[in-house]
Design a protein around this ligand. Structure first.
Ligand code: HEC
Ligand code: HEC
Length: 292
């Protein structure tokens, strides 16, 4: 090999190694959860606000079957099909062996206990703003749920997206934890936390760029459904001109002002929101009225 080719090859290898190192999977300090104890009752609210069951239960499950987080639902995307894993407390097939810090690393950093990157179909680009106390509570709640011994199914995605190491670059570019709505009002901040972080409303209601990143300049203005059917509506005040009471009723009962009923994925969101304290749903409504 001539000298200059060798140099170019070495430079690219070094650059690649530097990028992989700079974008390696992050984890939180052990102190992050120190002194916090989890409360399962509060954790149930975090679970409902986060909509975990909607993706991790068996498809179509209702009632208490929603709490069996056996995984298996398939999520189509332009990059291939992702299958939700088992996150029930089964120590072998689920996440029964995880401590609260493992859960925190998954939600806030998109990092697995083995130190690999998760795909952002697990909406950690929203959950990354979850508070450590909420993670401690959520963990305390999740370990009380029924165990399932369902096996995890592999994702069906092609090269290069099947290489998890590349996700570090995606995270560095797109998974920032800045708020979109700027506010110092405590009620609005609560609504913002529920909409932008836990409720991950933007993951459906905001259009995406070619790498699947949320277009924050078009926040909540609606998007095509990646499953190919229908649209996620624009829910900014410019489009959603319902009164506060009408939005509240929709989010808790699914009924629109013209007696239509929430369908598709939104029906699952309504199932979850209807179990939240009333003040939390009011805070979400306040946010939807305030966002641009
Ligand atoms: C939009 C669907 C969706 C929602 C909502 C969702 N998840 Fe997931 N989750 C996934 C998918 C898909 C994966 C697999 C990601 C991967 O393999 O990189 C995953 C992975 C995980 C993992 C990693 C499991 C493992 O075996 O490594 C945990 C833990 C998890 N989710 C917990 C939660 C919790 C807690 C919530 C609610 C706060 C939640 N998820 C909400 C789709 C979802
Ligand atoms: C998994 C995808 C998904 C998520 C997450 C989601 N939505 Fe929706 N949303 C939809 C779909 C689909 C519809 C349309 C439902 C229909 O046509 O019946 C909808 C409709 C709505 C509507 C009614 C709009 C209209 O004009 O009819 C409101 C309001 C709304 N969503 C608010 C929210 C809020 C607030 C959140 C977060 C707490 C949220 N959504 C999270 C998918 C989602």
């Amino acid at each position: 090999m001539s000298h200059w080719i060798f140099r170019i090859v070495v430079s690219f290898a070094l650059l690649g190694a530097a990028i992989l190192w700079l974008t390696r999977a992050r984890t939180a300090d052990i102190e992050t959860l120190q002194g916090l104890s989890g409360d399962a009752t509060r954790g149930a609210s975090v679970f409902n606000a986060g909509g975990c069951a909607s993706c991790h239960m068996e498809k179509g499950a209702t009632g208490t079957a929603r709490l069996v987080l056996s995984g298996g639902q398939v999520f189509p995307s332009p990059f291939g099909n992702f299958t939700a894993p088992n996150i029930s407390p089964d120590p072998e097939h689920g996440i029964g062996g995880w401590n609260a810090l493992d859960l925190l690393n998954a939600m806030r950093h998109g990092t697995s206990p083995e130190g690999t990157h998760y795909y952002p179909v697990f909406p950690y680009a929203s959950y990354n703003k979850v508070t450590p106390q909420d993670v401690a509570d959520l963990h305390a709640y999740m370990i009380t749920l029924p165990a399932s011994d369902a096996e995890n199914q592999p994702h069906d995605i092609g090269f290069p997206f099947n290489i998890r190491a590349g996700l570090g670059v995606w995270k560095a570019l797109f998974a920032d934890d800045n708020w979109v709505l700027q506010t110092t009002d405590p009620d609005l901040a609560r609504g913002r936390y529920l909409v932008e972080a836990l409720g991950h409303c933007a993951e459906c209601h905001t259009p995406r760029g070619i790498l699947g990143q949320l277009d924050r300049s078009a926040w909540l203005t609606g998007a095509p459904n990646p499953a190919g059917r229908g649209e996620f509506p624009d829910i900014t005040p410019g489009k959603l001109n319902w009164s506060e009471g009408e939005i509240f009723d929709y989010l808790t009962t699914g009924f629109t002002p013209d007696f239509d009923v929430a369908g598709g994925h939104m029906a699952l969101v309504v199932d979850n929101l209807s179990q939240l304290p009333e003040s939390d749903v009011r805070a979400i409504v306040g946010y939807l009225k305030a966002v641009e």
